[in-house]
Design a protein around this ligand. Structure first.
Ligand SMILES: Nc1ncnc2c1ncn2[C@@H]1O[C@H](COP(=O)(O)OP(=O)(O)O)[C@@H](O)[C@H]1O
Ligand SMILES: [Mg+2]
Ligand SMILES: [Zn+2]
Length: 510
């Protein structure tokens, strides 16, 4: 007898519907799964059969054919165990045969019949909701994630037996809803604060601009100047995530399986700091069972690359395209996947191999050719995509000793938030959230300069020999500086400050 059950699967970060058709008939006992199953789906046989037996249902050896449609997409992972089991149970009459057009089943089975957590529940449930599905039966441990979607009846399932009783109308399962607002209200706690950093007012100012406009930036300075310390405090001043962004980030973290337990929704911006030994693949994502890489895990947040020149060339190379496109395409045998990766890059580096080029305290021992080689590693591909170059000079002893009244991260964050709100409002119709995302076309519309601004920029170009790329970067940063003052127009002083953050264009000109 033929049964049909609906399930969901993943393509990149989006869920899609899969029809699970099960036919059980007499004849030679066999088990066949068709419709491009991968190894873990083919291996569902043992899990499903044993789980059914351990749910007090007798299952005789019969001819079973399971078809997963659409046939052209590769079905991965163990999340089809549950719909396959339900299909078999209906076909053999252990579950009353019924139309389940409005329901979706997702979950991995253990041999004992318990339903295990799976990755990617959020994107699957979002798509189910968009398709008009009303009920989702999901693993109990995924309930917080699934429960964030208002308007979906979420049934958390602990065991197959429980589900059988529910479908037969004997003992009904309870639905679950997550209280999303309470998660957004939970305060954003950090162990560090900009209060800890003495002096460095100009660097803090630059980082405030970077956070406000989501600008890529490079911290450059001698060892011990405080680069790592400053960068580690950036998460404390990042603007709040809006709900739309939170869902996007959660989708990716859900697929990667890194959502912390009991956290249904990521409500703070990610801060990813991979070690310099990270591989190109770990940065971009992919793999046999495809997963998003570090660049995507940093979506709507920060990717921090400490000691940039230490990273291997290949890793730096793979970042070029995604930094510009804000998405990554991973090619696979059957198809190509796209992962979003709209992140803000924060990188740090010493000015030369020995670290002391330009230092007043210690003499640099590097030969100019060594310095040129060192810089060339990051120059072309990455430097072009960085909006702010921030020079970090070591603070003086007197300043370290001083009990200065520095600003707290919270005060800075308020200003960043205000500036970001202005941007979100301005770009509402354009599908972007921040100044850093402005395309050449939008740049012309939103970053108009007055006569004074144009003259200043012209002079700077002639005098400093800035590249054409630097032009757009300066305009975007000037826009953010104006937004921090809630100024509608970009004024000369905003342009003047933005030009200051292009020091490397001057120092290391070819
Ligand atoms: N402005 C500062 N205020 C307070 N401590 C500082 C400051 N700058 C540096 N330090 C101290 O020096 C240490 C080394 O700084 P670090 O961030 O590791 O330097 P870098 O990454 O530039 O080599 C920090 O952990 C901190 O204890
Ligand atoms: Mg450091
Ligand atoms: Zn040196």
């Amino acid at each position: 007898m033929l049964s049909k059950v609906k399930s969901m699967s993943l393509m990149g970060v989006e869920g899609y519907l899969v029809d699970v058709q099960v036919n059980v008939s007499g004849g030679m006992p066999s088990w066949e799964v068709v419709g491009l199953p991968d190894t873990s789906v083919r291996e569902s046989k043992e899990r499903v059969r044993t789980a059914i037996q351990n749910s007090d249902v007798e299952i005789k050896s019969r001819k079973m054919i399971i078809n997963l449609a659409p046939a052209y997409t590769k079905k991965e992972g163990p999340s089809f165990d549950l719909p396959i089991a339900v299909g078999i149970l209906m076909s053999i009459g252990a579950v009353e045969h019924q139309l389940l057009e409005d329901s979706v089943f997702i979950g991995e089975l253990s041999l004992d019949g318990s339903v295990n957590q799976v990755n990617g529940i959020l994107p699957m449930c979002i798509e189910a909701y968009h398709m008009g599905i009303q009920k989702v039966y999901i693993p109990y441990d995924n309930r917080m994630e699934a429960g964030t979607i208002e308007g979906l009846q979420v049934y958390p399932v602990k065991t197959l037996k429980e589900l059988i009783l529910h479908l037969n109308g004997e003992t009904l399962l309870k639905t679950f809803q997550t209280d999303v607002t309470s998660y957004f209200q939970k305060f954003n706690q950090h162990e560090v604060d900009f209060l800890d950093v003495k002096g460095q007012e100009n660097v803090k100012r630059a980082l405030e601009i970077a956070a406000a406009g989501s600008h890529n930036c490079l911290l450059i300075g001698n060892p011990g100047a405080g680069k790592t310390m400053l960068a580690r405090r950036i998460p404390t001043i990042l603007p709040d995530l809006n709900f739309e962004e939170a869902l996007e980030v959660t989708k990716i973290h859900s697929i990667a399986g890194i959502l912390p337990e009991n956290i249904p929704l990521v409500t703070t911006r990610p801060f990813r700091a991979p070690h310099h030994t990270v591989s190109g693949v770990a940065l971009s994502g992919g793999g046999r069972i495809p997963k998003p890489g570090e660049m995507s895990l940093a979506h709507h947040g920060v990717l921090f690359l400490d000691e940039l020149p230490e990273f291997n060339r290949n890793a730096l190379e793979v970042m070029r395209g995604p930094l510009e496109d804000r998405q990554i395409t991973v090619s696979r045998a059957m198809c190509t996947l796209t992962y979003p990766c709209n992140f803000m890059l924060i990188a740090s580096m010493n000015p030369c191999p020995c670290g002391f080029f330009g230092s007043k305290e210690k003499k640099c021992t590097c030969h100019p050719t060594q310095i040129a080689k060192y810089m060339s590693k990051i120059s072309g591909p990455l430097l072009d995509r960085i909006d702010l170059h921030i020079e970090v000079l070591p603070v003086k002893y007197e300043q370290l000793e001083k009990r200065s009244a520095a600003e707290s991260s919270e005060v800075i964050r308020q200003r960043v938030n205000n500036a970001r709100k202005i941007q979100e409002e301005r770009y509402k119709a354009y599908g972007i959230f921040s100044n850093a995302e402005l395309t050449t076309h939008l740049l012309e519309e939103f970053c108009k300069l007055d006569e004074g601004g144009r003259t200043l920029l012209q002079k700077a170009f002639d005098k400093l020999g800035l590249s054409a790329r630097a032009y757009g970067r300066i305009l975007k940063v000037a826009r953010t500086i104006a937004d921090l003052e809630a100024s509608k127009t970009i004024e000369v002083k905003h342009v003047a400050e933005a030009i200051q953050y292009r020091t490397l264009d001057k120092r290391y000109q070819k």
